[in-house]
Design a protein around this ligand. Structure first.
Ligand code: FES
Length: 93
């Protein structure tokens, strides 16, 4: 990892709409991914409250890029892409 880079920040909306529409499962999926691949030092997870974008939810952002309508399949795809990026994260699940 580049010493100038901090941990990759994943911000997940924990507002009631996003949480009910999938971020509850997405949170568990991300936590399992971090555990499975020993990424605790590489990823910083943050929760946020409703951002008034509920209709596009469930919403989360990874490295400052916001994603809407994040299904579990889409999240797995995003995590897999991270594993292939220069950040050196794993994403083979
Ligand atoms: S609950 Fe996530 S944007 Fe409203």
């Amino acid at each position: 990892m580049n010493p100038n880079e901090g941990p990759l920040e994943i911000v997940i909306c924990l507002g009631s709409s996003c949480f009910a529409r999938g971020n509850s499962e997405n949170l568990a999926t991300i936590n399992a991914h971090v555990q499975r691949h020993g990424l605790k030092a590489s990823i910083r997870m943050t929760g946020k409250l409703c951002q008034d974008e509920c209709m596009q939810g469930p919403n989360l952002s990874i490295g400052g890029k916001t994603y809407h309508g994040v299904t579990e399949a889409k999240l797995r795809e995003l995590l897999e892409q991270l594993g292939k990026s220069s950040r050196g994260l794993h994403g083979t699940d």
